[in-house]
Design a protein around this ligand. Structure first.
Ligand SMILES: C[S@@+](CC[C@H](N)C(=O)[O-])C[C@H]1O[C@@H](n2cnc3c(N)ncnc32)[C@H](O)[C@@H]1O
Length: 186
């Protein structure tokens, strides 16, 4: 499904197929659920999620060439309930989503250059801190009832008002489900 250039990154950067299917099922409670993949990469989680659930999926991704690959893959597979946006978290409207998926998107900022996916975006420890803070603000602003699944976490702390609803082991790490039960205290 993917060009060789991005296939090699698979085991480290893209959610394994079975994990993607399970994570999507934990997030998509019904056909009107709108799921955001924060850092969608080549779109694997969104495409699998849209194929195995009735929900709709949006992936936001900072690397333009990965967005192009994700869009082409969705088109080729004929998955209509998925969309990919090029950009970061600042442009995301929390009210537009009911559920959020994070496969540890920001940690790459803290890795040595040879372990990073590529050098097409600026990565730094400062960006890590800023992106984690953006994600925490996004989740704090999400609606009551919002569901969040993390695989390898997201580098931050779940905001006030979320309850840890479920944890299960998967290859290499855990899937964790959080549900926002009430507005946070501030
Ligand atoms: C570990 S990969 C996960 C890809 C995909 N979610 C999956 O599960 O297959 C993390 C992705 O997040 C992207 N990313 C990291 N920080 C981002 C940010 N601030 N805004 C948008 N995308 C970001 C990276 O470029 C990378 O493609």
């Amino acid at each position: 499904m993917y060009p060789p250039a991005v296939r090699g990154a698979g085991s480290v950067y893209w959610t394994p197929l079975s994990v993607a299917a399970r994570a999507a099922t934990l997030l998509a409670t019904d056909a009107v659920t709108r799921v955001l993949d924060v850092g969608a990469g080549v779109g694997k989680f969104c495409i699998v999620g849209a194929a195995v659930t009735q929900a709709s999926f949006v992936g936001v991704e900072q690397r333009g060439h990965l967005v192009a690959i994700a869009r082409a893959a969705a088109l080729r597979l004929g998955v209509p309930t998925v969309r990919f946006e090029h950009g970061g978290l600042d442009a995301v409207d929390p009210a537009a989503f009911d559920a959020f998926y994070f496969f540890n998107p920001f940690e790459e900022n803290t890795w040595d250059a040879e372990d990073q996916l590529d050098q097409s975006v600026v990565l730094s420890r400062q960006k890590f801190v800023e992106d984690v803070a953006r994600a925490e603000r996004l989740l704090a602003a999400a609606r009551v009832g919002a569901r969040v699944v993390t695989y390898h976490g997201f580098g931050g702390a779940m905001p006030d008002g979320y309850e840890h609803a479920h944890r299960e082991p998967h290859p290499r790490s855990y899937l964790d489900l959080w549900i926002k039960k009430r507005e946070g205290d501030g």
